[in-house]
Ligand binder design. Structure first.
Ligand SMILES: [Zn+2]
Ligand SMILES: [Zn+2]
Length: 302
């Protein structure tokens, strides 16, 4: 099982102290998802050896520049590299107008299908063989969305030798993977535990995007394995954080604690801070398993 998150950018507003605006790559068994795409994302991908070609879905949380100004460059480069496979792009409705205008102005035609999905409600917005992605509306100065990525996994795993010895037909595999028993042709019941074993539980990751402190998010992110929550400011800037629709360390940690998550990652640091150590100390004072989201670091969702 490999389910991991690599941070490409962890800063807010402008690049500062060597830190880049927000971008993250989530990887699950060969599938790759890009979450936000601030300026410099392509260069960060090259630096940390993230392959552009493997990205199938891009999620843009909102239209503040520090979350999407790298997108046009990335989409264009994918075209110049002769990409053929489709990209699913999820974002606020206006995003596609901005992209189309830029393509039109430069007479560019992308050689791959760019399929745009406007965000609308809290709902499942993408599904692949291995993952489902849901959108969660968060409170920011403009329309803004968080995302929850849930691994898809059947609760039970088939035991190949037992399946063979009981000659279980393929048609009932799914019932067994869901926990059902098997009835043989002559009416004998073979209990599920004889034919399967428990899988590791499916894992999940939630991305808060930019948000004011909002306790209702603790409900929406309940029980995820890893939560990324923005911490633009330290705790002494609570008033400013509220005025600018952002959160502090203490507030992010409070959401993690109430949501009962296993691990909290904090990021989207204000450009005025050079040293980040106090961010970690303050978050840990409320929620012990807190960690700084550092560029170039991969965090395992476990
Ligand atoms: Zn931002
Ligand atoms: Zn913002």
């Amino acid at each position: 099982m490999s389910f991991s998150l690599t941070i490409l950018g962890n800063n807010s507003a402008v690049p500062a102290f060597g830190r880049n605006p927000t971008a993250q790559v989530l990887q699950l068994q060969g599938e790759q998802f890009l979450i936000d795409c601030g300026e410099g994302t392509q260069l960060q991908m090259a630096k940390f050896k993230v392959k552009k070609s493997k990205i199938s879905h891009i999620f843009i949380s909102h239209m503040h520049g520090d979350h999407y100004l790298g997108l046009m460059g990335l989409l264009t480069s994918m075209g110049l590299l002769s990409r053929k496979s489709e990209i699913h792009l999820h974002g606020p409705a206006l995003l596609i107008d901005i992209i189309n205008l830029q393509l039109e102005a430069s007479h560019t035609e992308l050689p791959y299908p760019l399929i745009f999905h406007p965000l609308g409600d809290d709902r499942v917005i993408a599904e692949t063989e291995k993952i489902t992605v849901s959108s969660v509306r968060v409170k920011h100065g403009i329309e803004c969305w968080g995302f929850i990525f849930r691994e898809k996994k059947n609760p039970r795993r088939l035991l190949a030798d037992k399946i063979r010895s009981y000659q279980v037909p393929h048609a009932v595999f799914e019932t067994l993977q869901q926990g059902g028993d098997y009835m043989t042709e002559d009416g004998r019941i073979i209990p599920n535990t004889e034919l399967t074993e428990a899988h590791e539980p499916a894992k999940s990751y939630a991305y808060s995007a930019d948000t004011i402190f909002d306790l209702s998010l603790a409900e929406k992110f309940k029980g995820v394995d890893m939560l990324y929550h923005e911490t633009t400011y330290l705790k002494d800037q609570e008033t400013k954080a509220g005025e600018r629709f952002h959160s502090t360390t203490i507030q992010a940690a409070e959401i993690a604690k109430r949501a009962g998550v296993k691990k909290l990652l904090i990021g989207h640091f204000s450009s005025k801070y050079d040293d980040l150590r106090t961010f970690a100390i303050e978050a840990k004072s409320i929620f012990e398993n807190s960690e700084l989201a550092l560029e170039g670091t991969t965090y395992w969702v476990s």
